[in-house]
Design a protein around this ligand. Structure first.
Ligand SMILES: Nc1nc2c(c(=O)[nH]1)N[C@H]1C(S)=C(S)[C@@H](COP(=O)(O)OP(=O)(O)OC[C@H]3O[C@@H](n4cnc5c(N)ncnc54)[C@H](O)[C@@H]3O)O[C@H]1N2
Ligand code: MOO
Length: 394
């Protein structure tokens, strides 16, 4: 049994699981934040025709006469079907096709125009200036986005410019979330004595949404061994990743661990030397990952950021899934006696991390404004103001 291990041991175990999704073709509009599952090749030359980069006059550079006669106008969207003759120019605008015979565009600010004749100082220009050549961005067949790239608004723009409507990306997991606890009530309902509002459901939903995961089914279950076991069976059948909150500690009404065992979930580890979130359970059943998150709401979010999020990112093919934290100075001292890793809610202000008051695991107040978590290592007893600490942003 792998129990009560360090933070780094837990992360190593999870990193070794290597569970990833399959590749799917998604419409471009649904690809933001996804990871490309294969290289993307240009299906066409872009630009697909020589066009003007300026509003001005298209000319043939070699044709060095005194002045040129303006023949006509080409605007963006036109299809000129003539060849520019010697000694002539054509009025042209940004994005408009450069006609055959022309190779250079002189911006209108540099032109003296008298009637239909134009004149300019050729010493200020060179052949080909202000013409965006066919294929200058990319040629048909060129790899424009490599495999393993996170799709940003920039990627979407590029792919749209290539006329692509679908992209092959790594799929996102179907997530099942089981909320345990007799005391949990949904907002909008009155609270009776002893009851609390469900904070974990909405917070995990939001954390999943930040990762671009929307296929989430929420199940609620009472603290009853049989009910939890049945719910775990159903949820496992209908998901790739199963998350549970609460019921994973040692109380008489904590049935999650037993239910997971009864459903054939293999334990990867149980309990980590950390605060908050000590009784975290991680397991797998075949290619399905299971996390039972300790019910306290700050423990849930801490364990999500530290362990669940990287696994989900890896599932979605993100090469940055296990990228380490950044290091920033603290704005305050911190002391601890126990040999546990501490994860502290912190606010980033002017490049310094303010460790927020109210770090208990029941207390969501600091999470209300925190930008992320600071990690204080297991062995550290004292952290000096201004020293660099590991920071995991949202
Ligand atoms: N004797 C011991 N008791 C406890 C230990 C221990 O080692 N020995 N560990 C403590 C730690 S640390 C944690 S963390 C909790 C974890 O408990 P469970 O995972 O069993 O969670 P519950 O007991 O079901 O709930 C804990 C707490 O969280 C509240 N909760 C649960 N679900 C929600 C929700 N959806 N939204 C908001 N709040 C929720 C619940 O009401 C409890 O207050 O165990 C300690 N005990
Ligand atoms: O580990 Mo618990 O989350 O400290 O209360």
């Amino acid at each position: 049994m792998v129990e009560f291990i360090s933070v780094s041991e837990a992360k190593n175990i999870l990193q070794a699981q290597k569970i990833t999704g399959s590749s799917v073709f998604l419409p471009l509009g649904k690809c933001l934040g996804k990871i490309t599952a294969g290289p993307i090749l240009a299906p066409m030359d872009v630009p697909s025709f020589d066009n003007s980069g300026m509003d001005g006059y298209a000319i043939a550079w070699d044709d060095q006469g005194e002045g040129r006669e303006v023949l006509g106008i080409i605007q963006a969207g036109d299809r000129p079907d003539f060849v520019l003759e010697k000694g002539k120019a054509v009025r042209i605008f940004t994005g408009a096709p450069v006609p055959q015979g022309a190779d250079t565009v002189i911006p209108q600010e540099y032109i003296d125009r008298t009637g239909e004749m134009i004149f300019f100082d050729s010493g200020k220009f060179f052949r080909g200036v202000n013409v965006r050549k066919k294929g200058a961005q990319c040629r048909v067949g060129a790899e424009v986005v490599p495999v393993g790239t996170k799709i940003t608004p920039g990627t979407i723009g590029l792919l749209a410019s290539l006329g692509l409507q679908e992209v092959e990306v790594v799929s996102s997991p179907k997530v099942a979330l089981i909320l345990t606890g007799d005391e949990i009530v949904e907002t909008g309902n009155p609270l009776r004595p002893g009851e609390i509002y469900n904070a974990n459901g909405p917070s995990i939903h939001a954390a999943l949404a930040l990762l671009g995961i929307s296929d989430v089914t929420v199940y609620k279950v009472k603290d009853d061994q049989e009910e939890v076991t049945r719910m775990v069976e159903t949820a496992l059948e209908n998901s790739d990743v199963l998350l549970l909150t609460g019921g994973i500690s040692v109380g008489d009404f904590d049935f999650v661990k037993g239910s997971l065992e009864q459903n054939g979930v293999e334990q990867l580890f149980y309990k980590i030397k950390q605060r908050p979130g000590k009784p975290l359970f991680a397991g797998r059943k075949g290619e399905k990952l299971v996390f039972a998150l300790p019910g306290n709401p700050a423990s849930v979010l801490t364990c999500f950021i530290q362990y669940v999020r990287p696994c989900l990112m890896e599932w979605m093919g993100n090469p940055e899934a296990w990228a380490g934290p950044s290091y920033l100075p603290t704005a305050s001292d911190f002391n601890k006696k126990v040999e546990l890793t501490f994860f502290l809610k912190a606010k980033l202000e002017n490049g310094r991390l303010h460790l927020l008051p109210g770090q208990e695991s029941f207390n969501l107040l600091p999470f209300g404004v925190a930008d992320g978590l600071v990690e204080i290592p297991e062995a550290a007893e004292h952290v000096e103001e201004g020293s660099l600490v590991a920071f995991y942003p949202w």
